[in-house]
Design a protein around this ligand. Structure first.
Ligand code: PLP
Length: 295
């Protein structure tokens, strides 16, 4: 199967115009950029594969998207997690519930067996961080360049927040390989720090001419921790633009982007990478913690 090109929307946020690439609207069952990263596995034939094996957290967007892929292809899906919180077990919701409903087999607290030799198993790294992701992200790059040319935008900056950095890296790489126009990709680390993200880039691509530009705030940021500033900007985005962003990556992404006016002084395209299903667990936590904030 293929995806239709995702729409680009113009918004005004804090009196500044931005374009949004709505990858969250790519497919109703996939989580935005995970659809791009897994596109290769939807498009090609894998006659021997019987089962997907992967690992990570019990709330991850990648886990949910893998469950969709497995269901579409008629494969089993085995997913290894360290633990599942009691609250989640008793009140399944969000990505966890979606994946269970799609038939995911959860392996809790078990070691991942050595599988590399098994031809019936497709092993997917945490967060979908692997070479095959390049295939779908190249298609994203082509969609962006088509849009840029059609709209006669001479210079374009792209911003997207990173987890593993796979999407940002393969996007910048595709633009460099494509030639002209050549948008510049800016990103920020959401999971680790700048050193971690740089390391991730290097593992996927040694040649630094293909690497995105990393931007950060001065203060350290911990993934999935509740920050008042994150909740506030998420609410403000929704109020001013009507777009619902994800609560794990996008709030930090927007805070970082807004801290760099030299980036958005040129036409800037922010990539909405989906993940909104994960808000089912993050939003109640924010609402409980910051009852005083007006919605
Ligand atoms: C997975 C994910 C990311 C991070 O993507 P990477 O390719 O790992 O950097 C960002 N935003 C959302 C909503 C995601 O689901």
């Amino acid at each position: 199967m293929t995806f239709n090109s995702s729409p680009v929307q113009s918004i005004v946020f804090d009196n500044q115009q931005f374009f949004i690439k709505r990858d969250d609207l790519l497919h109703p069952d996939f989580s935005g950029n995970k659809a791009r990263k897994l596109h290769y596995f939807l498009q090609n034939d894998f006659p021997n594969i019987r089962k997907i094996v992967s690992y990570g957290s019990a709330q991850s967007n990648a886990m949910y998207s893998l469950s969709v892929l497995a269901k579409m292809r008629g494969w089993e899906f085995e997913y290894f997690v360290d633990h599942v919180a009691d609250y989640l077990k008793e009140n399944p919701h969000g990505n966890y519930k979606g994946a269970i409903d799609n038939g995911m087999n959860l392996c809790v607290g078990m070691d991942i067996p050595a599988l590399t030799m098994d031809k019936e198993i497709l092993f997917i790294e945490e967060g979908g961080r692997q070479k095959e992701a390049e295939y779908g992200i190249k298609i994203l790059a082509e969609e962006i360049i088509d849009w840029q040319v059609k709209n006669n935008i001479k210079e374009l900056n792209i911003f997207l927040p990173s987890g593993t950095g796979t999407t940002a890296l393969f996007l910048q790489k595709a633009f460099v390989e494509e030639g002209t126009p050549r948008p510049t990709v800016y990103t920020c680390p959401c999971v680790g720090d700048e050193t971690y993200l740089k390391k991730q880039f290097l593992e996927l691509e040694e040649n630094e001419i293909y690497h995105p530009t990393i931007l950060t705030l001065e203060k350290k940021h911990h993934f999935a921790k509740l920050y008042k500033e994150n909740y506030k900007i998420w609410l403000k985005l929704q109020q001013q633009t009507g777009v619902v962003f994800d609560l794990l990556y996008d709030p930090l992404g927007w805070r970082v982007l807004l801290a760099y006016p030299e980036v958005f002084s040129k036409p800037t395209l922010y990539i909405h990478q989906g993940g909104v299903l994960g808000n089912e667990s993050m939003l109640p936590r924010y609402e409980r913690k910051y009852k005083d904030i007006k919605k």
